[in-house]
Design a protein around this ligand. Sequence first.
Ligand code: 13P
Length: 340
Amino acid sequence: MDARSELQATVDALVQAGKGLLAADESGPTIAKRFQRIGVDSNEENRRAWRTLLLSAPGLGDFISGVILYEETLGQRADDGTPLPELAARQGIVPGIKVDKGKLALALAPGDEITEGLDGLAKRLAGYRQQGARFAKWRAVFNVSDSLPGRLAIKANAQALAAYAAICQESGVVPIVEPEVLMDGAHSMERCTEVTEAVLHEVFHALHRHAVVLEHMLLKPSMVLPGKEAGRATPAEVAAQTVQVLKRTVPAAVPGIFFLSGGQTPTEATANLDAMNRIGPFPWRLSFSYGRALQEPPLLAWHGDAANLAQAQRALLQRSRLNAMACLGQYQAALEDATT
Ligand code: 13P
């Protein structure tokens, strides 16, 4: 297969009606924070056990088309020796990999941050491909206040996202471009709208400059929400604002927009996605690429105890099923109480 048809095949496998992505790519410090909540030590064995539980949930492939893994997981195996990426692939779930190296303070721009990881990326991607990864993810974060993010942070992160996406496509790997406008703070929904629109404009300018093929990438944005300390908006409000910003900024050639959950509760993330899909149709598919909003219920059910495996897997399947329904605008809050 030539490089273009390979990228297209990966996009087709990921972007499917009524399916989304599972983000299971927490870095060392982040997974430690998640495990701490349930009193589990974050050692390699516990991380392997947890991620094996997720990827081996029977029937997960009915609702999940791709999983974003962390570098360590690509090299881990299930108890029977199956490499974890293969465990996903057997369920029809495409394995992907987080390739950024995290964020740090942006020099001379107090309060702003920049994501690093471009050096040596092409070489790393070649290795990840050999381990089964077919798509990648890079996350840029934007802190919000009256004055943040500054122009420099918006431009520098857009530039890095575009350079990353170009390197991925040249390596035969589909890039997921993730600009996250953070929920932290007391800012208004209007401020989040303004920032998200400015960020997405700049990101697509940069992607164009870097000759990234829009048909062969996916966008993973945050939804437009008020800051966490500023109260909550209804799903209808979130949907209307988010869709307006996306229509203004995301070209129709982009095949899929897979939202992050970013600190919303699992039910909020599902209800908000559902509300958007009820006001379609759109040129792109609107789906989910949730980390916390998919993993929190099974993590609480698991508690680090192998005896809870089946119950935890059921919790993951239930959340995945409800989000799959939200992709079609068919979710109902009453389904939350139903068992499987
Ligand atoms: P959350 O859904 O928990 O925001 O995680 C998604 C993700 O991949 C963040 O980079």
